[in-house]
Design a protein around this ligand. Structure first.
Ligand code: CTP
Ligand code: CA
Length: 221
């Protein structure tokens, strides 16, 4: 259900959200992936749509329904995700919630890799493009650019370093040392150039709405 227009502070704004893991092929039947469920990113896309924004959700492989009113583009790999993010520009804000694989196989085998009765060959990797850092330098950089950081230790400290390294405006740092990846709750720290806010642990939908309200305060109106 959508609120009347006067209660939709993001009406007329366009927001790009990435969500989920990426899958990086090794051969036709195997891939490198991670435990991201996509739930936090989908909840953010839903909250943005409920607040009236035009939302483009660029999703890696997840098992989730598209939130009402959200435009969804599905991708598999980091490189596909980067291409779709660029196609979605310009945007007023971009929220990069996806757990993008840092590395992919250097070569994708054309055929299924077979056992050869010998010790396994090493799997050479190469680095994926950094989509968030690319957006930060882009000619059509969104006015508000937000990264997520999943950390298992020194959460706020690592996030502050990431803010500087990536060139984004905020980092939403979550502590993934428990069952956060795939779980229903999230405990986050919002790191900006003005400092760090730590929010109480809450359901991902609650974190999403609170984050979108903070975003609306910057780009809304
Ligand atoms: N990200 C991205 N492209 C990548 C890797 C990360 O856009 N190739 C984005 C993520 O979507 C997230 C932010 O960058 O918004 C931080 O991701 P994270 O994995 O925490 O940062 P990394 O720079 O990859 O550092 P780390 O070595 O801790 O994984
Ligand atoms: Ca990473």
């Amino acid at each position: 259900d959508f609120a009347p227009v006067e209660h939709r502070p993001l009406y007329g704004k366009k927001i790009v959200v990435t969500a989920g893991p990426t899958h990086e092929a090794i051969d036709p039947v195997r891939y490198i992936a991670n435990r991201s469920s996509g739930r936090q990113g989908f909840a953010i896309a839903q909250a943005a749509a409920e607040m009236g924004a035009e939302v483009i959700l660029i999703a890696g492989p997840v098992n989730l329904a598209t939130p009402p009113g959200v435009i969804r583009w599905d991708v598999e790999s980091a490189r596909e995700m980067q291409a779709e993010v660029e196609k979605a520009l310009p945007a007023d804000a971009a929220i990069m919630v996806a757990a993008v694989a840092d590395y992919r196989a250097a070569d994708i085998a054309d055929q299924k890799i077979k056992k050869k009765g010998a010790p396994p060959a090493p799997l050479p990797l190469t680095e994926n493009p950094d989509i968030l850092a690319m957006l930060a330098r882009h000619a059509q950089r969104p006015k508000l650019l937000i990264g997520f950081a999943a950390e298992t230790e020194n959460v706020a400290e690592h996030a502050a370093q990431k803010l500087a390294k990536k060139g984004c405006d905020w980092i939403v740092a979550n502590d993934v040392s428990g069952d956060v990846m795939g779980g229903s709750e999230n405990s986050v720290h919002i790191v900006t150039k003005d400092g760090t806010e730590s929010w109480p642990k809450a359901h991902k939908e609650v974190v999403a709405r609170k984050l979108m309200e903070k975003i609306a305060n910057v780009i809304g109106g």
